[in-house]
Design a protein around this ligand. Structure first.
Ligand code: MG
Length: 371
């Protein structure tokens, strides 16, 4: 699906915004890093280990142990991660949905914390203590991204439905939703283990649309993973927005967005739009609703837009400029995308380049365009 197709002919009515949960509305990778550091710190100090060494050992042993176990089905089918197995509670729902998961998690966490201590040369029976500390610290970090509550409120103000399709074990994802308060944000939620299969299979997104009473052309899907989120929403026929969030502490893109700038070979993983923080989707939403190909919202300034190009005498014509400007100039191109590109050049020429960095999309080579 091209970005143009994603905007359709302007006839469809946008009714619902669907979200991924982990690393989209609530931090997952950063919460794990934080919990590991907090749980391991006192033991590192006690054992005279350099700061962070034990946490790194837990991560290394955890990954290796997970790969050594036969978890292809659980990992690939449901998107349950080894980190979640270190702290999650797997009760009756998980037992019914993924029968081997509970026993597997118990085995994994016993092994991981003990082996990590051993790997650091600490001969002590503190594996159980470390396990308990990590679970406690992880549970202190069910906190949404700071901008997320305001975004949800903005979507509500626009009378949009809000849904969530999240990969993982039922009890783990439900605990995150409840403890973070995000559960109350959604009109409907689907969890991969409860549906029998997770993203990139589109089934749980299709089910979410059914529960919300919207069709695929009335929704957009927002997530942080090309492989899981973008692929699933494309398979469901729903335009996708990829969040390429930069973690302030390490200044590298989150793992789900790796390779985002290089041009991605797999066409199923190319999003219709990219944003750098979740609030950026408001520009996408407003542009869609206004029948615009592109909308730039920059702080308190008047939004700038590029209209959906229209065919005129074998070329495509669009208007570009501030929404309150009655004389927004026309630009043309040989194709709809060429017209949009011409519009972006025109915006940039007027010094508005910084703003639309927040609205990068593909497959247009924006970086080349903006150079
Ligand atoms: Mg995610």
């Amino acid at each position: 699906m091209s970005p143009m197709a994603a905007f359709g002919d302007g006839a469809s009515v946008l009714r619902a915004i669907l979200f991924d949960l982990d690393d989209t509305l609530i931090p997952e990778a950063a919460a794990i890093r934080g919990a590991l550091a907090a749980a391991c710190g006192p033991l590192e100090e006690l054992a005279g280990l350099p700061n962070g060494v034990l946490g790194e050992a837990v991560a290394a042993v955890g990954q290796a142990s997970w790969q050594a176990l036969d978890v292809t089905g659980i990992d690939a089918r449901f998107g349950v991660t080894w980190e979640e197995c270190l702290w999650g509670r797997f009760g009756p729902a998980s037992q019914a949905q993924i029968p081997t998961l509970g026993a597997l998690a118990v085995m994994l966490r016993r092994q991981v914390f003990t082996d990590a201590l051993t790997a650091c040369g600490v001969r002590s029976p503190l594996g159980g203590e470390l396990e308990a500390r990590f679970a406690m610290e992880r549970r202190k970090r069910f906190v949404p991204y700071a901008e997320a509550p305001g975004l949800i409120q903005s979507l509500r103000d626009r009378a949009l439905l809000v849904g969530c399709a999240t990969n993982g074990a039922s009890e783990v994802q439900r605990e995150k939703l409840a403890a973070s308060g995000t559960g109350g944000w959604f009109d409907a939620v689907t969890v991969s283990a409860e549906e029998g299969v997770g993203k990139p299979d589109p089934a749980m997104i299709v089910k979410l649309c059914e529960e919300l009473g919207v069709s695929a052309d009335q929704a957009i899907y927002v997530g942080n993973s090309r492989r899981r989120d973008v692929a699933a929403s494309r398979a469901a026929g729903i335009p996708s927005v990829l969040i390429e969030r930069f973690e302030p502490e390490d200044e590298i893109p989150n793992p789900g967005a790796r390779g985002a700038r290089k041009g991605v070979a797999n066409p199923h993983e190319v999003p219709d739009r990219m944003v750098f923080e979740v609030h950026g989707i408001l520009g996408f939403v407003d542009g869609w609703r206004a029948g615009r190909a592109f909308r730039v919202v920059d702080g308190g300034r008047t939004p700038w837009s590029i209209d959906l190009p229209e065919p005129v005498d074998g070329r495509f014509v669009t208007r570009v400029g501030a929404d309150d400007d009655p004389l927004r100039p026309l630009v043309t191109g040989s194709s709809p995308l060429a017209a949009i590109e011409a519009g972006l050049r025109s915006l940039r020429a007027r010094g508005n380049g910084r703003a639309f960095r927040h609205e990068l999309g593909e497959p247009i080579d924006w970086d080349a365009l903006l150079r």
